[in-house]
Ligand binder design. Structure first.
Ligand SMILES: Nc1ncnc2c1ncn2[C@@H]1O[C@H](COP(=O)(O)OP(=O)(O)OP(=O)(O)O)[C@@H](O)[C@H]1O
Length: 606
């Protein structure tokens, strides 16, 4: 078995009271937490049932639990005491806190459903033109900031500031009236419940005698308040985190939370886990050079536990040369190395494009545990739903607005004079413009036809005859296969509609069918985003597109946000065990990311 280092041992054997472990990447945080749980159970005779470990994601909780159960010491626990330690996310714990309380019946609303609700509320307030899933998601993230007491981000949403507050009120009223709640509500409601109900609070404090928190740097302030309440007067709270890996600012986390803990618990024990067991020395030094430019951080010296580590940087004249060099480098790996390597990108969309590039060049890509998408959820499904509702159920203005300019027909909402859309009215509005009139006639011919067709045939008409398929293909040029797959599955799925069934009922029914997890885990190189790479490690890591505008993202301007972008790059770099490959392009005067500009590294031309 792996032997803990002296400092890890000190953390593992910490007794009572608050402790804060400031750790670097690859320093064995998970290992330390698991060993501490065993220490508490076997050396301090703490009942496993009263130990709770909070992780940031469900996947991390599952991973930690299986590592705990894989240790043979856990076997005698299940046999002997009949209970085990608990692992869960903060949302999971809050759900239990609320559920146990008699009468609590709120049902948790999925992200997709929240987006649909927000779209509806936007329409009700007269913002039809701005209504899209992306815009609704951005507003919801702002609402989340407000609910968590974080100041307004300053983003310009193109709507008056007062309207944002109105939308927040609408959203709260909508959720309350229907007994719905979202992830923020889970935390806020649990917090209020525990604050107001002393007996219930004490019951939970008594139940959780030892609280361990992983990835503490990503906890937001409301979550932190709740964690403090659970820790209660005994304060047996053990938090582990790396402020340099705080990358969830958009969910309200702040790297300063690690410092805040020490203000709230001045009697804390502080320990620094600074030996990196994962990466070769050169990679550790390089990563440190990158992150140390951030001002808002706890200073720490990370030491490499292993010698070596290879870093190669390439400045490519064109995007095409960059892709070719990346492909060549990946091809130079043997099969085993390939399966243990990853290409890491800034955004999801880029990850999809790179996955496609590799597949096109016959490089196997791993799709591990990826959740199959329910095609009846999302933007495309919403467009199709509006189209079907319009054709089959009353030609409503709000439905028409959603699809009328997909593809762009240059139709203005001003041409829609009444709640029920009339072809005549629109034609009369554009009577001076022959081209527009021809376009409108073509659209309405298709709509009239679709009215008489089955759901599935109508979807086909929308795709092919009315140009929706080509519109999507030009919107997502890099994801042709994905777009066609969604459209095919939606069209096929619509065959399941029953005679006389309303469009909304049918879509709701189809949305409830949970898609199964993709069973096979193909062997190949992993392609993922910087956010998703957190907590993972790979033998070789490839980082393409290290250009200004990509990282930092072109929208990011403020110093605080720039520091978070730098941390993202740090997370990506520190995933590499042995080899790190970096690429950027100088095409059309594009520049290397500012985060690497002043770090000495030979940038070779391929
Ligand atoms: N004392 C030790 N001796 C040898 N190897 C160790 C020791 N502690 C941890 N390791 C190894 O170091 C690697 C990193 O550990 P772990 O994944 O727990 O790091 P982490 O701190 O959670 O990393 P990160 O925050 O970067 O995701 C693992 O392969 C682990 O087995």
């Amino acid at each position: 078995m792996q032997q803990p280092s002296k400092i890890q041992l000190e953390a593992i054997m910490h007794g009572e009271g608050p402790a804060r472990v400031v750790a670097g990447p690859g320093s064995g945080k998970t290992f330390t937490i698991i060993q501490r749980i065993f220490y508490l159970i076997f050396n301090r005779q703490i009942s496993p049932d009263s130990i709770l470990t909070i992780t940031y994601t469900k996947a991390a909780a599952g991973e930690m639990q299986s590592r705990f159960l894989a240790d043979e010491r856990s076997q005698c626990l299940t046999k002997g005491l009949g209970n085990v330690a608990h692992f869960g996310t903060i949302h999971g714990i809050c759900y239990s806190i609320l559920k146990e309380r008699r009468g609590y019946q709120a049902s948790l609303t999925s992200e997709n459903k929240r987006i649909r609700i927000m779209e509806e509320l936007l329409k009700n307030r007269g913002f039809e033109r701005m209504c899209s899933a992306g815009f609704a998601a951005e507003l919801l993230s702002e609402i989340s900031r407000i609910k968590n007491g974080i100041s307004f981000s300053g983003k310009d949403f193109g709507i008056p500031q007062g309207s944002l507050q109105l939308l927040l009120n609408d959203y709260t009223a909508f959720m309350n009236e229907r007994g719905l709640c979202d992830f923020d509500d889970l935390i806020l409601q649990s917090l209020v419940l525990l604050q107001e109900n002393a007996a219930y609070r004490e019951k939970w404090q008594h139940r959780i005698r030892y609280l361990l928190v992983d990835e503490f740097q990503d906890v937001n302030l409301t979550q932190y308040e709740l964690i403090k309440l659970l820790a209660g007067k005994e304060k047996n709270i053990f938090v582990v985190g790396d402020d340099d890996q705080s990358i969830y600012g958009f969910r309200g986390s702040v790297p300063g939370i690690m410092k805040r803990f020490s203000q709230d618990y001045p009697e804390e024990k502080v320990l620094f886990l600074t030996d990196n067991y994962r990466s070769g020395e050169r990679i550790v030094h390089f990563a440190t050079e990158v992150v140390k430019k951030n001002k808002d951080r706890i200073r720490k010296e990370i030491h490499a536990g292993k010698a070596g580590g290879k870093i190669k940087g390439y400045c490519c004249e064109t995007r095409m040369l960059e892709e070719e060099k990346l492909l060549d480098d990946i091809r130079s790996l043997d099969k085993k190395e390939l399966f243990e390597s990853a290409v890491i990108l800034r955004t999801n969309r880029e990850a999809i494009l790179y996955e496609e590039l590799l597949t096109k060049h016959k490089i196997p890509v791993k799709r591990k545990g990826k959740k199959a998408q329910n095609v009846f959820e999302g933007e495309v499904a919403e467009d199709i739903r509006s189209f079907l509702k319009f054709c089959k159920e009353g030609e409503k203005r709000s439905d028409f607005l959603r699809f009328m300019n997909k593809p762009d027909r240059y139709l203005s909402s001003k041409a829609l004079l009444s709640e029920r859309v009339s072809r005549k009215e629109i034609l009369s509005y554009y009577r001076q413009n022959k081209e527009m009139c021809a376009r409108i006639e073509t659209l309405f011919t298709g709509l009239l036809l679709a009215e008489k067709l089955s759901f599935s045939q109508a979807v086909r008409c929308f795709r092919k005859q009315l140009g929706y398929e080509n519109y999507l293909l030009s919107k997502y040029p890099g994801d042709k296969a994905g777009t066609m797959k969604i459209l095919d599955e939606l069209q096929e799925g619509c065959r399941l509609a029953e005679r006389g069934e309303s469009v909304d009922d049918f879509f709701d029914k189809m949305r409830k069918k949970t898609p199964c997890e993709e069973e096979q885990t193909e062997e190949g190189i992993t392609v993922l985003t910087m956010h998703a790479a957190k907590g993972l490690e790979f033998q070789s890591v490839f980082l393409p597109d290290l250009n200004e505008g990509v990282i930092p993202d072109r929208k990011v301007k403020e110093e605080k946000e720039l520091e978070e972008e730098r941390r993202l790059l740090y997370v990506a770099i520190t995933r590499a065990r042995e080899q790190l490959f970096l690429y950027y392009t100088g095409e059309r005067n594009r520049k290397l990311t500012r985060f690497l500009c002043d770090i000495s590294l030979p940038w070779n031309r391929p």
